[in-house]
Design a protein around this ligand. Sequence first.
Ligand code: SF4
Length: 329
Amino acid sequence: MSIIHVVSISGGKDSTATAILAIEQHGVANCRFVFADTGNEHEETYKYALSYLPAALDIQVDVVHADFSDEFAVKRANLARIAAGEPESAIYGTRKFKYNWTPEAAARALELLYTTGNPYLDMCMLKGGFPSRKRQFCTEYLKTIPLTEYCMNVIDDEHAVWSWQGVRIDESHSRRTRLQGTGACVKSFEVVGGGLFNYRPILRWNVRDVFLAHELAGIEPNPLYKQGMTRVGCMPCINCSKAELHAIAKRFPEHIERIAKWEALVSEVCRPRSPVSFFHLGTQGHKGQASTILSVVEWAKTSRGGRQFSLLTDLDEPTACSSAYGLCE
Ligand code: SF4
């Protein structure tokens, strides 16, 4: 049984450094490269991951994405029953919900609840809201599950898989604390079972090592790093900092407008009165303000406290996704 080295490419610096390392150590023929498309990436990231890197590294990058068609069918069937007057308890049993459907709201949601083909938006329409730092289901649905399925397909073809994960301990305080506290993910190599192994070759690299690996291999980093982004990935990520959000709104207002439209659509297909916002209240430090993306962007223009409008850079906020798998940079 041969070993295939599967590298998850996010378009960020850590996954690129990991890909460079995999190629150096095992050669392109023994590696596979896969990009989990969330549907919420910047166009520069698509270009970088799907055009620049394949050409520069002479590799093929496969694309996977979550498919929610089955879940849409189930949700539509349930809403049709509620719209027809059945009580929620007939569908969900004794499960209690903070907000309840009415037949009218269910009928209205049914008019709009169709898959859009965009994994991020579909996920939020199904879940009736956006992920949050406390409920970060986006990483699991949009990245972990599709990438694991990809690895399983390789294993089904009679290979063992080393899943190369570009995670670094020093990328965030939360990750450092979590990894060191539990020891659960601190290992650079672990046996998952069933022919799958996790390998984290840059676990103890610092950011200089990462950029040096690019330089030595003659590979450019994602151009977004030169445009005020400290990390790339979803545009924006639910974990982005106040300063990053300010930079995104200034440079890429079209992405803010897209999310504002998503908020409006998701609020039309979720339980009546349930709050829908991309940034959940308080998660970016915007306590006390309404949290639709447009209001959070306004707040992001202010200094600490939210009254003065000025560029700010002094907030000590988390800037990294807490995924232990390095799937979201
Ligand atoms: S980059 Fe951020 S928003 Fe996107 S899947 Fe990861 S944690 Fe979620």
